[in-house]
Every structure is written in structure tokens, then in C-alpha cells.
Design a binder for this molecule. Structure first.
Ligand code: HEC
Ligand code: HEC
Length: 333
């Protein structure tokens, strides 16, 4: 369907239907007004209504000034319907459309801002992250598109990761951050991990073991039982020691919790699984804005620190801090 026209009807019938009703009403009003005009009256011609014994209603035509106002609105209606969309599929001789006006405004804004955005697109993320002007633009973009989930300080909330720390679910190198923003991310932890026959009691054991991993108070007997269950149920994703795998499942041994660290919350997660989604922004925002957002997020302080994501840190350090890295992500789209 052609979305450039707001007046698109799926079938010709509805277009005709609208034209007939619209023109019918305007023409009907015109005829009615003309007919009423002709009804000249003489004194004593009343409608026959009588109130309060002597109060009668004369059957006179409208005063001229009033009648002419009606004629003017009718002329306006015909002129408007000829020039602007209003009659079914007929787009009006001006060719105006809401969508067209919006496109025009967007094009103007793009022309105005594109040079500024594109200037940064040619620079390496690390350089952009260090540029105060880019940071300001990045922050504005972030406040517009990202705060509803990640918070205005980017520190996230339950189910929405903190982007300002050095703990990364998907990797904190410029490339990985850009990939997260461009393509979005889907996280899926199946209910009961890889052991569908887990009992409620075993789930509790596992929760206590998970808590013990980051040094939190836990029931020692349960934690021991949980430890024995962990390899079969959880290790495939969270690793044999629960240290997680960037891009697969979070580290359970650190103090960073996406959903909360209480026994009840962990039991809840194991019982029902976790499904989470970061929307993809590449197509909607375009590469230049994504580049600025990547730099902004990267520059928040979490841009990969070696100990936070060992799997990512090594290639990141080896990678030359050069521009070719950036377009590579976009090409993969
Ligand atoms: C509708 C909510 C939502 C919006 C809006 C949103 N995000 Fe996300 N984002 C998420 C969720 C949920 C995750 C975590 C996915 C997961 O659990 O793995 C995430 C993850 C991320 C990650 C990966 C974090 C990591 O630890 O690896 C980055 C980077 C990110 N978002 C940046 C952004 C940016 C930049 C924007 C604005 C353009 C944005 N997000 C807008 C929900 C959102
Ligand atoms: C198929 C891979 C997979 C398996 C198996 C798996 N998990 Fe997960 N787990 C994940 C993913 C992915 C997440 C993150 C979900 C998100 O980002 O929203 C997660 C999140 C969690 C969290 C939340 C961490 C936080 O920061 O709040 C806990 C706790 C957890 N898993 C424990 C377990 C336990 C215990 C098991 C074994 C019963 C298990 N997982 C099995 C993939 C897995």
C-alpha cells in the first residue's frame, strides 16, 4: 500500500461512499438555503407557535448577513474539497498530504543535522566518546530513545541492564555495544534451565547455591544440593562455575543482578525462565545516530574493563583502534 497518501482506501467502494456523502451534504445544504430564501413572507406570517399567550414566532428568512455567512462557508467547502484531500481517493489539486508534510519536515531536519552526525560517523568510537559535542548529542538521543527502559542516568532497573557499569551481558567493546543497539538483543533463559524435571525443592536448592556464589547468605545444606544440580541444569549457559558467558548468559558470581538477588526472585526466574528483549534501532535511527549513541554508552564509564568481560577484553585490546571496525557492523545487517 502506498503510505504516502493518507486518503488510501482499500476498495473503490468506500472512496465513492465518502464522496457521495460529503458532496451530498454540502449540495443538500446549498439547496436548502436557496429554497428557504425564496419563502418570502408578509406580515402576520407566523409559524403558529405561541408562548406565554402573546409571544409568536415569525416565519421570516434569515437576515442577510447570516445568510451570506452560510454562502461563504459553502464556497469554502467546495474550494477546500477541490484543493485538499477530503473526497475519498481524490488527493486534491494541491497534492498535499499529512505524510508529505511530515516527510518534508524530516528531510529538512536531516539536511540540517546530517553533516554534524556524519562528521562523527567517520571517527572511531573511542574518539567520539571523548568529544564533548558528540557526548551532548549522544545524551539528547539517549534521553529521547532509551531512557524509558534504561533510565535517564542509563543505570537501568529491574529487567533493564545498567549501561553505565562495566558489567556487560553482550559485551562492552565498541563493536559489541554498537551491535546491541543496531540489531537489538534477545535473551532467553528456559524455565528450569536444561533440566525440565527440576522439582520446586530443587529449585530452592539451586537458588541458595546461586546466592552463595556471590557470597550472600544462603542455606548451606541447600546450597550443597544446588551445587550438585548446577552442572546438569545450568552450566551449559552460565558456565561450570556460574561465571557466565558474554552473549549467552549472565555471570552469577558478581554482585550485579538484572532481576534481583532475593531467594524468591531467583526461584521465580528458574521456575518460569526469563525472556528479555532489547529492540533493534539500526533501521529506525540510521547508522550515524547509532554511532553517536554507541559512543555515548561506551563513554558512560563501562567501556570494557578487562576484568569485567574476559572473553571480550582480549580481542578488544588486540583490535587496532581504527575506524574500519565501525562500518563492519553495519554491513552485516
Ligand atoms: C523497550 C525497552 C528498551 C529500550 C527503549 C532500549 N533498550 Fe537497550 N536493552 C533493553 C533490554 C531489556 C536489554 C537487555 C537484554 C538482555 O536481557 O539481554 C537491553 C540491552 C541493551 C544493551 C546491552 C547491554 C549489555 O549489558 O550488554 C545496550 C548497549 C543497550 N540496551 C543500549 C540501548 C540504547 C542505546 C537504547 C536507545 C537507542 C536502548 N538500549 C533502548 C531494553 C531497551
Ligand atoms: C539456555 C541458557 C540458560 C540456562 C540453561 C540457564 N540460564 Fe539462567 N539465564 C540465562 C540468560 C540468557 C539469562 C539472562 C536473561 C536476561 O537477560 O533477561 C539468565 C538469567 C539468570 C538469572 C538472573 C541473573 C540476574 O542478574 O538477575 C539467574 C539467577 C539464573 N539465570 C540462574 C540460572 C539457574 C540457576 C539455572 C539452572 C537451573 C539457569 N540459570 C539456566 C540463560 C540460561
Amino acid at each position: 500500500m502506498d503510505f504516502n497518501n493518507t486518503n488510501d482506501f482499500v476498495s473503490g467502494f468506500w472512496s465513492l461512499y465518502v464522496i457521495v456523502i460529503t458532496l451530498g451534504s454540502v449540495i443538500g445544504c446549498t439547496v436548502f438555503l436557496l429554497v428557504q430564501d425564496k419563502a418570502k413572507t408578509n406580515v402576520g406570517n407566523t409559524t403558529g407557535h405561541l408562548w406565554d399567550e402573546t409571544l409568536e414566532e415569525y416565519n421570516n428568512p434569515l437576515p442577510n448577513w447570516w445568510r451570506w455567512m452560510f454562502y461563504i462557508t459553502l464556497v469554502f467547502a467546495f474550494a477546500y474539497l477541490a484543493l485538499y484531500p477530503g473526497l475519498g481517493n481524490f488527493g486534491g489539486t494541491f497534492g498535499w498530504s499529512m505524510r508529505g508534510q511530515w516527510d518534508g519536515e524530516m528531510k529538512k531536519a536531516d539536511e540540517q543535522y546530517a553533516p554534524i552526525f556524519n562528521k562523527f560517523l567517520k571517527q572511531d568510537i573511542r574518539a567520539v566518546a571523548a568529544n564533548p559535542e558528540a557526548k551532548e548529542i549522544g545524551q539528547r538521543l539517549f534521553l529521547t530513545y532509551c531512557t524509558q527502559c534504561h533510565g535517564s542516568d542509563a543505570k537501568g532497573g529491574k529487567g533493564f541492564p545498567n549501561l553505565a557499569d562495566s558489567d556487560w551481558l553482550w559485551g562492552g567493546t565498541p563493536d559489541k555495544v554498537k551491535e546491541s543497539i543496531t540489531k537489538g538483543r534477545d535473551a532467553m533463559m528456559p524455565a528450569k534451565g536444561t533440566k525440565p524435571d527440576l522439582t520446586a525443592d530443587e529449585t530452592k536448592d539451586l537458588a541458595n547455591y546461586v546466592r552463595s556464589l556471590s557470597g550472600m547468605p544462603a542455606d548451606a545444606t541447600r546450597a550443597q544440593k544446588g551445587k550438585e544440580l548446577f552442572p546438569a541444569a545450568c552450566a551449559a549457559c552460565h558456565g561450570p562455575e556460574g561465571k557466565g558467558n558474554v552473549g549467552l548468559a549472565p555471570n552469577l558470581t558478581d554482585k550485579v543482578w538484572l532481576y534481583g538477588s532475593s531467594e524468591a526472585e531467583i526461584v521465580n526466574g528458574i521456575t518460569h525462565g526469563r525472556v528479555n528483549r532489547m529492540p533493534a534501532w539500526g533501521e529506525f535511527l540510521g547508522e550515524a545516530k547509532v554511532h553517536l549513541l554507541t559512543a555515548y554508552v561506551y563513554g558512560l564509564g563501562g567501556g570494557v574493563k578487562e576484568d569485567a568481560a574476559p572473553a571480550e577484553a582480549a580481542p578488544a585490546a588486540a583490535e587496532p583502534a581504527a575506524a574500519p571496525a565501525a562500518p563492519a557492523v553495519a554491513e552485516k545487517k
